[in-house]
Design a binder for this molecule. Structure first.
Ligand code: CAA
Length: 248
């Protein structure tokens, strides 16, 4: 049987790697999208380390803030593996700083990478999905899109924007077998939270009822659930996985 193709943007990062591994275990042809400022060696090293662990991952280069680059990335995947069946919009950055010091660059970098990219990539795969009458689009948002976060006006706005995008597109494609959902991770033990000063990080950890930061696998399992054939009745939804840090 031909494998379904799953593209994970930011696939070589902390949460991205776990999602790639989980989807590989689930039987997909997994493609990890990467940019890394054009550091191809880094992605190749990631691919080699995955292979050592028994994972045959494909990688595809693309700058998700640039529509032409996204187009080239999707075309490359289409040529090598066929059209994308499962898109996980996971790539993202932080530029944490209080609003009074935030520059237009801090703002635009985060909106472009975390939100506009979701439009670009989804736009570029959706017609193939509609043509096949099957598809899964899973947008990785954040607890901080749900509740806001001190020092993250840009990031919180981008992540909150994903919910509106998800719910609008979900309505447009629901009749054609394509689902669109968000997953909202809490604080997951990756390099992204290591950028938060230690004292603040510890305060945050103390505010998580389960008493620990999440693991990348905690998110990968939710993505796997939403990507499954059996999840076809779930669309326009958001699943929070945050250790109880925010309940609403
Ligand atoms: N609530 C209220 N006040 C706060 C605060 C909070 N949560 N955090 C800091 N402050 C206060 C400080 O106590 C300090 O007060 P004083 O001036 O009275 O001493 C003041 O705000 C600091 O203000 P500054 O403008 O000088 O800010 P800074 O440059 O020192 O640091 C910051 C600002 C970099 C944003 C820092 O607060 C920080 O890193 N916060 C954490 C941001 C965060 O949670 N990021 C998440 C990254 S992980 C991620 O994003 C993944 C995901 O999806 C969850």
């Amino acid at each position: 049987m031909v494998k379904r193709v799953a593209l994970v943007t930011g696939g070589t990062g902390g949460i991205g790697s776990a999602i790639c591994q989980q989807l590989h275990d689930d039987g997909y042809q997994v493609v990890a999208g990467y940019y890394s400022g054009g550091q191809h060696d880094k992605a190749l090293a990631w691919q080699a380390s995955m292979k050592e662990m028994g994972y045959e991952m494909a990688i595809a280069y693309g700058n998700i803030t640039d529509y032409a680059s996204c187009e080239a990335c999707i075309e490359d995947i289409r040529t090598r593996f066929g059209s994308v069946d499962v898109l996980v919009n996971n790539g993202g950055i932080t530029r944490d700083i209080t609003l009074r010091k935030m520059t237009p660059e801090h703002w635009h970098d985060v909106i472009a990478t975390n939100l506009t990219s979701v439009f670009y990539m989804t736009r570029l795969v959706v017609n193939d999905m509609l043509g096949k009458q099957w598809g899964r689009i899973i947008n990785i948002s954040s607890i901080n899109g749900e509740k806001g976060q001190f020092g993250q006006a840009n990031y919180s706005a981008a992540k909150a924007g994903m919910y509106g995008f998800t719910k609008a597109v979900a309505q447009e494609v629901a009749g054609k077998g394509v689902t669109v959902n968000t997953v909202s991770p809490g604080y997951i033990a990756t390099s992204m939270i290591m950028d938060v000063p230690e004292e603040i990080r510890e305060q945050i950890r103390q505010g998580i009822p389960v008493g620990r930061f999440g693991e990348p696998n905690d998110i990968a399992r939710v993505v796997s659930f939403l990507a499954a054939e059996e999840a076809g009745f779930i669309t326009g939804a958001n699943i929070s996985a945050n250790g109880g840090q925010y309940m609403h």
